[in-house]
Design a protein around this ligand. Structure first.
Ligand code: NAD
Length: 332
């Protein structure tokens, strides 16, 4: 056997994974500081064990050292928002695949993984509905003065602008339409007008135009080198009177200084977010009811999303280890 494996590695890595899997149980580690729901864990166990592999659990860990020890002999790693740094990848000598159960994968060091030949995947679409419902809920909450006495406003008839028309953006658009909103969207990577027409959504050709027409701007861009701190003063100041920025994406995409400057200059602007900014205390003090951050990120925190993403992650791990399927790989 010793001679076969290196030969296969030379030829084709996926095949090597496949043949290795025939020789021993693979250890699939689920490492979650914030664990999956029990039902999700049981489902993951079933998928892993039915495939003849072994499940290991590291839940509610508090020290990095615990994660480093647990990954040492793991062939696959499933995480939620847990940080998979270069150090973690280095410690995981057997690691072949990391699956981030969720959409954003900015918690995984892609470069380190790629260098080591470790496949990284996310589970797109599995928690999108949960996030989209939260975005709409946050809009209603802000429109009604955060459920405090006083005259609020309605979403019907307002313009809902979707920044990035991916899995979550599309669902927010659909729900906004159901509430009678005019829905417009901008996504530089989805240029086919048919996609928008088909959903009854107006395609906007520039980001500047998008912000200038947004009563509600719902953010769905990923956090990456291009988008970091890209939403700031210029865009916010151009928004119509009484506009609300809704962020269920990532805190890093906001230029916090620019946001504070725009909200200081414009006493009508509102910001609601699922990811508390670094300067949350300052914002709360300065902007009162015009600012709200969920106490803990909860976009994907529904039982349904939890189960969907967890099970999808387990299926993807098995499908890669046994069949070499790289469909959801993000570091190709
Ligand atoms: P997705 O990958 O389906 O869609 C992302 C979209 O962004 C794509 O359509 C892509 O074309 C577009 N895009 C990429 N770069 C862009 C840019 N520079 N400008 C404009 N558009 C750009 O992802 P999704 O499932 O819709 O999730 C969107 C984001 O929401 C994730 O990246 C993640 O950060 C965040 N998220 C948050 C939670 C939460 O708990 N609050 C849960 C899930 C996802």
């Amino acid at each position: 056997m010793a001679t076969i494996i290196p030969f296969l590695y030379e030829k084709r890595e996926e095949k090597a994974v496949y043949f290795t899997s025939l020789l021993k149980h693979m250890k699939i580690l689920v490492a979650t500081e914030k664990p999956f729901a029990r039902e999700a864990v049981e489902g993951i166990r079933q998928i892993v064990e039915q495939a003849g592999q072994e499940l290991a659990l590291l839940e509610k860990y508090t020290e990095k050292a615990e994660l480093l020890a647990a990954v040492a002999d793991a062939d696959a790693l499933i995480v939620r928002s847990d940080k998979v740094t270069a150090e973690v990848i280095e410690a995981a000598k057997q690691l072949k695949i990391v699956v981030r159960a969720g959409a954003g994968y900015d918690n995984v060091d892609l470069q380190a993984a790629t260098q080591r030949g470790v496949v990284v995947m996310n589970t797109p679409g599995q928690n999108s509905n949960a996030v989209a419902e939260l975005a709409l809920g946050m809009m209603l909450y802000m429109a009604r003065n955060r459920f405090t006495p006083g005259t609020g406003s309605e979403l019907q008839g307002k313009t809902l602008a979707i920044h990035a028309y991916g899995n979550v953006g599309k669902l927010v658009a659909k729900k906004g339409k159901a509430l009678g909103m005019r829905v417009v969207a901008y996504d530089p990577f989805i240029t086919d007008a048919y996609v928008y027409d088909n959903d009854g959504v107006e395609k906007v050709d520039s980001v500047e135009e998008l912000y200038a027409m947004a009563d509600y701007l719902s953010l769905h861009i990923p956090s990456n080198a291009e988008t970091k701190a890209s939403i700031g003063y210029e865009k916010l100041i151009s928004m119509p009177k009484g506009a609300t920025l809704v962020n269920t994406a990532r805190k890093e995409v906001i230029d916090e200084e620019g946001l504070v400057a725009a909200m200081t200059e414009r006493e009508d602007l509102k910001y609601v977010t699922d990811i508390a900014p670094t300067n949350a205390a300052e914002m709360e003090e300065r902007f009162g009811k015009r600012f709200f951050a969920t106490p803990k990120k909860q976009g994907a925190e529904t039982a349904e999303a939890n189960i969907n993403a967890g099970l999808a992650a387990a299926r993807q791990v098995i499908d890669y280890l046994l069949n070499g399927n790289t469909r959801f790989q993000v570091n190709k």
